[in-house]
Design a protein around this ligand. Structure first.
Ligand SMILES: Cc1cc2nc3c(=O)[nH]c(=O)nc-3n(C[C@H](O)[C@H](O)[C@H](O)COP(=O)(O)OP(=O)(O)OC[C@H]3O[C@@H](n4cnc5c(N)ncnc54)[C@H](O)[C@@H]3O)c2cc1C
Length: 386
């Protein structure tokens, strides 16, 4: 257990109001264009930087609140309007969390300030063409060389990698299945033998690029091996339990945005001589959507609150998994129902709701698919109940 974080209810309300106001005024008007053009939103990155949000969930010594609840609030409020803008925070927070959890002091000193101010950008790359869930089975190699390692292999879906100053790459330091032979390597942009290849043409999350990476004897000096070599990766994976509630908050924000749009639409739309919102069948759909959002929200903030209270490891893992899985499955269900409420207008690219539907699907797959989350929860049930 680490020291509990003190981020009061008043702090939370103030943060929510500030972000909501900015998101409404400056983020919402850009959301459709970012998605349609699938262009990296540099202006949104600059906005988050100006607001100092990259440091938000990290300890006060790095300029943050140290609070996971604060991170959830930011991602929820941004996600109501623009999934991609919230994503800019999360792609940065992954590598920061990894360096904080597994990095040496010299590495923290070299990278953290830049990342948290938004002067540096990073990506985290684990997934390979052969699979993403079965991390123990990755085949990218880190071969020992004098003064460092040479990486050889191919990665896919490395989000943010084409704009990143460096990518944290997971690679095997010796052959064979397992987690104890995986290290994380800080691969600088422009390293000979390192190529950012194809950009995925994605269904959702289109504003932040996900790319194929190729490594052909790309050299990483010893000083850029994260932490204690092949132990670094395991530490980092444990730290990711702490970020799962934040992914859940994305689901909550997205679902709130979808419900707001759908409600506005059914109130204006007329059928059989009355507003569509006056049909009881429609009100029951809206009621179910609202209930699911609030239920997910309670779970997300419970898990984030546990992080803030210093709960970690096995005690946190099932709650983090429940928050991520429940909230993102809920987001998919609510976004699907929101499209239904729009009728044919929901299928048209002229309306924003189809974007929510596409982005919702992504949340069920990233950061550990929802089947993998259920494996964690199922294991917890078997081990602790009955
Ligand atoms: C938009 C987007 C951004 C991403 N960004 C990144 C990134 O920045 N860095 C990165 O490394 N990766 C990234 N990923 C990849 C993501 O982490 C993987 O897609 C995810 O881990 C699943 O791996 P996979 O796609 O290879 O599916 P697979 O692992 O091949 O799984 C296929 C199917 O089988 C299921 N399955 C697998 N194992 C089990 C099991 N034990 N029990 C039950 N079901 C199982 C899965 O849930 C899935 O439904 C991104 C993906 C997307 C869509």
């Amino acid at each position: 257990m680490s020291t509990p974080v003190n981020f009061s209810l008043e702090d939370q309300q103030q943060l929510r109001q500030t972000i909501e106001a900015v998101a409404h005024k400056r983020v919402a008007p850009r959301a459709a264009e970012i998605d349609a053009k699938a262009e990296y939103p540099q202006d949104m990155f600059d906005l988050l930087k100006e607001m100092g949000l990259f440091a938000l969930p990290f300890p006060a010594e790095y300029g943050g609140t140290g609070s996971s609840v604060a991170a959830c609030i930011a991602v929820e409020e941004l996600g109501r309007f623009c999934y991609n803008t919230g994503y800019l925070l999360i792609t940065q927070w992954g590598p920061v969390g990894a360096i904080l959890a597994g990095g040496r002091e010299d590495q923290k000193a070299k990278y953290l300030n830049g990342l948290l101010k938004g002067d540096l950008r990073a990506a985290l790359s684990v997934t390979e063409p052969g699979g993403g869930s079965d991390v123990a089975n990755i085949i990218t190699r880190a071969d020992k060389r004098p003064g460092g390692y040479a990486l050889t292999g191919t990665k896919i879906f490395a989000t943010n990698s084409s704009v990143a100053d460096f990518v944290l790459v997971a690679a095997k330091t010796s052959p064979g299945r397992g987690h104890n032979n995986i290290g994380l390597f800080i691969m600088g942009k422009g390293t000979p033998g390192f190529l950012v290849a194809r950009h995925e043409n994605k269904l959702g999350a289109r504003g932040v690029p996900s790319c194929e990476l190729r490594f052909d004897e790309a050299f990483v000096p010893e000083e850029n091996v994260l932490g204690e070599g092949s132990k670094g990766f395991k530490l980092v994976m444990e730290a990711f339990n702490r970020t799962r509630p934040i992914i859940g908050a994305r689901g909550v924000g997205l679902a709130r945005g979808a419900l707001e749009l759908a409600t506005r639409f059914v109130k204006e739309r007329q059928a059989f001589g009355q507003s569509v919102s006056e049909f009881q069948g429609i009100q029951w759909m809206l009621a179910d959507m609202q209930m699911q959002i609030e239920a997910a929200r309670l779970l997300v903030y419970k898990a984030a609150g546990m992080v803030d209270q210093g709960v970690s490891g096995k005690a946190l893992a099932p709650w983090a998994a429940m928050a991520k899985c429940f909230a993102t499955d809920m987001a998919m269900k609510v976004a699907t129902d929101a499209v239904q409420l729009f009728g044919s207008a929901g299928i048209s690219k002229d309306n924003p709701i189809e974007r929510y539907f596409r982005d919702a699907k992504v949340t069920q797959i990233i950061e550990g698919t929802n089947q993998i989350q259920r494996n964690i929860i199922g294991r917890y049930v078997i081990d602790t109940l009955g």
